[in-house]
Structures are given as C-alpha cells and as structure tokens.
Ligand binder design. Structure first.
Ligand code: GLC
Length: 553
C-alpha cells in the first residue's frame, strides 16, 4: 500500500475523539461548555494526536435526551454559541489538521420541532406524512422498547389529531418517515448544509431504526443510505458516514453496502466491543478472539470503528444473560451501576477499579485492534463518572482540566466525579507533567497506531498463543507485519506464537524497549508482564525496524 492512501481514505486509520461541546470547556462563565471554550482547547486535541472530532448533537433542543431531541437541524443551540462561533471553531480545527464530524440524528425529531407541531395539528396537515401514524398500532413487543425505564410502548396516542405516532425511542422523539421523499430531500439538505460549513461527515444515530421504522415499509431500505452516500460524494468526496448499527454481524454487512462500500463508511463494532468486555472480565482471550475471527470483512474502502466506551450505557445486549451477569459482577455489581437491564452506566477506569496497569492495557488493546479507534472525551485521562446523575448522564460529566476542575470559572451545571476520580486527582494538567500518566500513554499509543498503518489497513489474523490469558494477533500489509500481544491477567505469562513466514525475523517492541528474535521455525515464545502490552514490528535482519513498515515502501 502507498502511504498516500491514508490521506485519501483517511478514515481507515483515523483516531476519532467524541465530545459534547456542553461538557468540554466553558468559554463564557455560565457553567455550560460552548464552542468558544472548545476552540480554546483545540491545541490540546491536536497535541493528543487525534485526527477527527465527533461532536455530539449541538443543535437547538429542549434537551430531554441530552440534545438527541432536535428542534432545528440548521442551527446551534444558543447555550453553546452561535453559527459564527461554530465557523470560527471549524476554521481553527482545520488549521490544526483536525477533521470534524457531527451527530446526524434524523431517525426522529423533538416533539417540539416545528415540523412535528405542524404535522400533529391535523390529519390533513401537509407535513402529516413526515412522521409515522397509525389508527391501530401493532400490539407492543417489549423487545422493541429501547428505554424500558421510561417507556412501555413505541406508540403514543396524540389526543389532538386522534392517531398514534411512532417513537422508537422516547415518546418526545417522534420518528421521521423516510418513506416520504420530501423527508429524504430534507435530510440531504441538512447534510449539505453542514458539509458546506466544513464537516467531513456524520455519525449517524440509530441507523436501522431510521430505515426500517417507516410507513409504508421501503422495498429497498438500503437504497436510501446509498442515495445519501452518493449525494455526499458528489458534494464532498472523502466525506464519511459513521453508523450506529448495533445488529448481529450477519445483518450488519448490508449496511456497508456494495462494491468498495457505498453506504455507511464505518460501522461501530458493537459485537467486538461486548466480547472484549467479556474477555476483560474473564481475563481470557477466548471471547474476543472468537468475535474477531467471525467478524466479516468490510468492503475495501470501509472500516470497522472500534471502541470500549461511548456516551451511552455500556450495552451488553448481544451477550447471553449469563455472560451479561459475569460482566455485571466484575465491573458493575451494584444495582445503581446498571441500567435498562442490559448495560452499565460507568466509565472504563472505575470499572477496572482504577488499576492503571490494567487500564493502560485495555486501551493498548483498543488501539491495536483492527479498525479505527473511537474514544470518548476524558478516556485519555481516566475520567470517572458520577452515579448521582440520572441514567446515562452519569458518564457525561465535565472534562477535568486542572485540580480545581478547570471546566468553568463558575460551578459546572453538571455533576462532577468525586473522591478518587475528582478533579484534584484526575486532570489534564497533572498528567501532562507525568511521563507515566495515562494521558502520556494515550499519546504514545496514538503515535504508534499512526506509524503502523498495517494495524488498520492490513490483513489481520488472530493467533493461537497457548496461553488463555494472552490475546494476540498479527496485521500484514504488503509484506510488512506488526504482531501484537496483550496479557489480560494480572500475573506474568508466556505465550507461544507461530508466526508463519517470519522465521529468522527480528521483533522490535514499539511500546517498551525490547527485541526478540524469531527462530527459523517461526515459533517464538514471548514473555508478558502482568497486564503487559507488546506491539512488535517484524523486520528482516539487515533492515532497520524503522524501515520495515509498509509506510516506508
Ligand atoms: C442513540 C444515541 C443515544 C440517544 C438515542 C436516541 O442511541 O446514542 O444517546 O438517546 O440514539 O436518539
């Protein structure tokens, strides 16, 4: 592969950083984050090494679902700034080489959106068909209810107009009807608007709901995604869709589309994520190895987006009840840590008991997994949660910049983590001065990840290690190889790797100082410290390891 591919197909080894403008940095002293505050922190983000920011919804909203309930797709929530502030932010981000994508939440609107107000005003409203109505909805199936703590149906009766409307999520989020061509046109207009203002793409919320829950059912639901993709390519080649598609692997491949990938550019690997947690809980590589072996290969220009935590609950919905309970026991035993009967409302460092070695290993694993890593703001410093906040809001705490918080000069509007995870103990400023900090570890991981395009671009193979606690894989691209091993347990282990074709090669550690020779037979034993991480660059004797990367070809 040529290195120049990584600029054309930039998303394939991007480092995506998700943040909420509201919780990142307050620039106008009202306790709420905003675009001016975020703009001040651009150099921090560029210095961390991330290449693409994903902004959670920043549009006008009654805020009953933290901004995922939108009343105007063409504007900025006044609490967060103005369109002018947005453009200044975009310009600064681009100057620092950062791309920006944003949440596209068009499965539904807020019930306060003018479109819905108009649509519900009467059965004859010209916008009636922009939403999904029924006189006699199908009986409720509890499996369809996404938020069982608040809802017991996906239909809500509208007194005024005498019909039920569909809401896949909360009742205040009526589903838009993309079976209606006018709705599809409007969605394209929204994409076009923000791309014109500089966005490189969108994280598409709730994709399966968007194309399936419509009336009448679309004969070819995926055609709509392909149409959107084509529209984006016409307007801006190299723009992407990053899809929230939490379905089984066998159903998921269709979302990437055909050919080189003509629908959703990157899909989150929800299955791999859940299996990774199972492996972490068991200190056993089995579940993750199995998932990666089963994971379908995306089309050539598409990619998996890998993650361990996001802004929602840590959903464990694709595991069996027993597996879920194992993870609950290991990482969230008390009831107030659990949510919806399927997930945990905690961040990673608290789940791993604040054990820095283990936390570092988990993120090393994340960055080495084949795909594009997506991190949630604050993961780089080990930000915790505050369980006093309601539901999923527990993990959406203010970013911690310094010992006194540094998020705002006034009291933050949101609850801040406390105790061992309070700002005095966990903050950017301290970790910048500490070479052993998690923040410095992230910088190293990101640097190495970017230097090893084989990880994201190569052919990846899960390796047998002869040691259940060690997860290992290799990534090969055009004759260049990186071998990676992680010890999921807290005791030292030895692993035996059969590295076909690498007999006589040298393996150079990229994270710590170490070199191992692969015997001629190609079977090498490597030692692994407790929660040890090894990223090993293979080089032929006589070739400097630095020159052995596919990058140097
Ligand atoms: C997605 C979002 C979640 C939101 C829901 C409804 O799942 O990630 O935060 O509540 O969609 O928009």
């Amino acid at each position: 592969m040529r290195l120049t591919y990584t600029s054309d197909v930039w998303w394939k080894n991007a480092v995506v950083y998700c943040l909420d403008v509201e919780t990142f940095k307050d620039g106008n002293d009202d306790g709420v984050g905003d675009f001016r505050g975020l703009t001040q922190q651009i150099d921090y983000l560029a210095g961390l090494g991330v290449t693409c920011l994903w902004l959670m919804p920043f549009f006008p909203t009654p805020n009953k679902d933290d901004g995922y309930d939108i009343t105007d797709f063409y504007s900025v929530d006044p609490r967060l700034g103005t369109l002018g502030d947005f453009v200044e932010f975009m310009r600064t981000a681009h100057d620092r080489g950062l791309r920006v994508i944003a949440d596209l939440v068009v499965n539904h609107t807020s019930d306060k959106h003018p479109w819905f107000k108009e649509a519900r005003s009467s059965k004859d409203s010209p916008l009636r068909d922009w939403y999904v109505w029924s006189d006699t909805p199908e009986p409720d199936n509890p499996d369809q209810v996404v938020f069982p703590d608040k809802e017991d149906s996906i239909w809500e009766y509208d007194e005024g107009s005498g019909q039920y409307y569909l809401h896949s999520f909360y009742r205040h989020q009526p589903d838009l009807n993309v079976a209606n061509p006018a709705v599809r046109d409007e969605i394209a207009r929204v994409l076009g608007f923000w791309m014109e203002l500089g966005l490189s793409g969108f994280r598409v919320d709730a994709v399966p709901f968007l194309i399936e829950n419509v009336d009448p059912k679309l004969a070819e639901p995926h055609e709509f995604l392909a149409d959107l993709r084509a529209f984006m390519t016409r307007r801006m080649g190299g723009s992407i869709l990053l899809g929230e598609v939490n379905v089984a692997y066998k159903d998921l491949v269709a979302y990437f589309g055909d050919g080189l990938g003509d629908q959703i550019t990157m899909c989150f690997d929800f299955i791999g994520m859940q299996k990774a947690w199972l492996s972490l809980a068991r200190c056993d590589a089995g579940a993750l190895s199995e998932a990666l072996r089963e994971r379908p290969k995306p089309p050539k220009d598409s990619q998996w987006a890998v993650f361990l935590r996001n802004h929602d609950e840590l959903t464990l919905d694709k595991l069996t009840e027993d597996e879920r309970q194992e993870i609950f026991q290991a990482f969230g035993p008390s009831e107030d840590m659990q949510i919806f009967g399927r997930g945990l409302r905690r961040r990673l460092p608290t789940m791993l008991g604040g054990d820095l070695r283990r936390i570092k290993m988990a993120y090393s694993l994340l960055f080495s997994l084949p795909g594009t890593p997506v991190i949630f703001y604050g993961e780089e410093i080990g930000l915790g949660e505050n369980l006093k906040a309601e539901g999923r809001m527990a993990v959406r705490v203010p970013m911690q910049w310094s010992r006194d918080g540094g998020f705002s000069r006034v009291k933050p509007a949101r609850a801040v983590p406390e105790g061992a995870f309070g700002p005095e103990r966990v903050n950017v400023a301290d970790q910048k001065r500490d070479t052993g900090s998690l923040l410095r570890w992230f910088q190293l991981l990101i640097e190495r990840y970017r230097e090893c395009p084989e990880l994201a671009w190569g052919e990846s193979t899960v390796l047998d290690t002869g040691e259940p606690a060690v997860f290992a894989h290799r990534c090969d691209a055009d004759g260049a190889t990186v071998v990676v091993a992680h010890n999921l347990s807290d005791t030292a282990r030895e692993a035996e790797l059969r590295l076909d074709g690498l007999g006589g090669y040298r393996l150079t550690d990229l994270l710590v100082d170490g070199t191992t020779e692969v015997p001629d037979g190609g079977v090498v034993r490597i030692t692994m410290e407790p929660h040890g991480c090894r990223w090993l660059r293979a080089s032929h004797p006589g070739v400097a390891p630095e020159d052995a990367s596919v990058k140097s070809r």
